[in-house]
Unconditional design. Sequence first.
Length: 355
Amino acid sequence: MSHTITRWEMRAADEPLVETEAIIENPAEGEALVEIAGCGVCHTDLGFYYDGVRTRHPLPLTLGHEISGRVIAVGAGAEQWQDAAVIIPAVMPCGECDVCQRGMGNICASQLMPGNDMHGGFASHIMVPAHGLCRVDQQRLAATGLALADLSVIADAVTTPYQSALRLDIQAGDLAIVVGVGGVGGYAVQIASAMGAKVVAIDVVQDKLESLQAYGADLILNAGDIKGRELKGAVKTFAREKGLRQTEWKIFECSGTAAGQLTAFGLLTFGARLAVVGFTMDKVEVRLSNLMAFHATAVGNWGCLPEYYPPALDLVLDGKVSMKPFVRQYPLAQINAVFAAAHAHEITQRPVLVP
């Protein structure tokens, strides 16, 4: 049996996305066909579309990697997923190679990222490997007041900072600093707070900072007003006043800007850990020896392992991480207007496109 699906394809950078139809066959062994409930618009999508970041799949390509939906057909070996409500991991390791077997699926050479390695979620349906799907408990979801479409954003904006928090080993009583609190960074604030840290939120947009005061930000600092040593001094003062350590700060760089990366690196202290979460094509000049002098650690973070999706989802379903104030649904047919508005920073909530 074949299925007719709709996709919005990117055919060239900064040219209007085009609605097309495609015919796909029934799922092969181990595959699942997902009817998409919603797909979030991420900074990465805008990077592919506006900034010339190259996709691994040649154009034309359907973008979108923050996807939730319902499984409507399965191949052999994936029968347990039939009719399940699911979140699709933004990065899907093969699960079988050497690095996957050693728990390092983030660097799997055969990994698949929707909207990069394959057609993504700005469509009516998507075919994906069934292994690694994250099942959504519909009863628990109903109690939150969220829709399944809203949960699409978990597939990057929530899980990526969740894995970063694990890499930084966030513990109760830590001082966590989040540089760049739009999208991914806003959830990093909430996740670090849920793990027991006191959180300093840093950005240049005051409205973003103030919106997080009720969602885990214990101190907000506008890097447009306070810079360099003064900024680090403000964090030191806060730590002293709250009885927190002056060492071993846990720093998330989520802005995906050169300025944000320089700010984050400048906040290194003895024993600090820095997670580079945001992406930019820009280059920065830093004194790398600071890592040696501070006995500090810097780590990158690519996506999130599928096994971390269920505990990240639990944070949302348990009310420890709030999504409703930070997402907004739009019809998928408005994709070109939504991309333009998001690129112009005219949308403050995470757009979720709904077929």
